[in-house]
Design a protein around this ligand. Structure first.
Ligand SMILES: C[S@@+](CC[C@H](N)C(=O)[O-])C[C@H]1O[C@@H](n2cnc3c(N)ncnc32)[C@H](O)[C@@H]1O
Length: 260
């Protein structure tokens, strides 16, 4: 698919992520270096959240919007066979450099997670941590994930919470979230911020459930992530302070399974 045939928001996000990529090198390296997965802006260990299924060894897993691809690296170290797809050539260059630096290799593809080149029912699992989960249109990428998965296959995606999306100040894509509802919940879908060109996507919870079910998924868990009581905001990810995120969910992880 040439740039011209990509949807407008996919082109905008490619240009934006090629620009952001340099800022994600150091966080990417830190995450690649972790021996065990730790999720989201509070780096909560997998042993606390349990977002991954058991028995990953030997599974074919697609990471939708892999960025620097540290999630795929974690999966590869657990014996899975990950494949990463990302819309940004610059992010994929970082991912390739980390593969060489850390000695973990898996296929990486340039492409749009909303319309991938892979065959139907070709993966056991699909995953996205702030990749397609935030930056691709759910009305396109969720049905595509459903197409890619085998019957019984799992999908886990993590993104910032509906509540954060409602309470981040109007002019600040980066937050931090406040205590006032600033925009409507109903109808929440596409967001652009005045100070940036990128396009984000969020849905109300009821709409996520409707879309997931109509795309062939059953909901297993919605994990609303609570920051630890002593959490301190990392200024690189400033969507919410630790105090705020201890009281209210700043991130949410959806775990669903394709009907068999
Ligand atoms: C926060 S990063 C990826 C998350 C990854 N866990 C990381 O931090 O490196 C978001 C990624 O989503 C990718 N992305 C945005 N829209 C996409 C789309 N439609 N298809 C595939 N990737 C997309 C961007 O290019 C970017 O690399």
């Amino acid at each position: 698919m040439t740039d011209e045939t990509l949807p407008e928001h996919v082109r905008a996000n490619r240009e934006a992520w090629d620009r952001y990529a340099a800022d994600y090198l150091e966080p990417g390296r830190e995450s690649w270096a972790r021996p065990e997965p730790a999720w989201g802006i509070w780096s909560i260990p997998e042993s606390d959240l349990g977002l991954l299924p058991d028995g990953l060894a030997g599974q074919d897993v697609i990471e939708l919007g892999c960025g620097t691809a540290y999630v795929s690296a974690w999966l590869a170290r657990k014996g899975a066979r990950p494949v990463g797809i990302d819309n940004s050539p610059a992010q994929l260059e970082s991912a390739k450099a980390f593969q060489a630096e850390f000695g973990v290799d898996f296929p990486l593809h340039l492409g749009n997670a909303e319309a991938t080149p892979f065959g139907s029912a070709s993966f056991d699992g699909a995953i996205s941590e702030y990749g397609a989960a935030l930056w691709a249109d759910p009305y396109a990428w969720i049905p595509e994930a459903g197409r890619l998965l085998k019957p019984g296959g799992w999908l886990m995606f993590l993104t910032n919470s509906a509540l954060v999306q409602l309470t981040i100040p109007d002019l600040e894509a980066d937050g931090p979230a406040g205590t006032t509802l600033l925009r409507p919940y109903f109808g929440m879908h596409r967001t652009t911020w005045p100070d940036d060109t990128s396009v984000e996507f969020h849905l109300p919870h009821g709409e996520w459930i409707r879309l997931l079910r109509s795309s062939g998924f059953e909901l297993e868990r919605l994990v609303e992530i609570q920051a630890p009581a002593d959490a301190v905001m990392d200024t690189r990810w400033s969507i919410a302070t630790g105090e705020w995120a201890h009281k209210w969910p700043s991130e949410e992880a959806w775990i669903v399974r394709k009907r068999g």
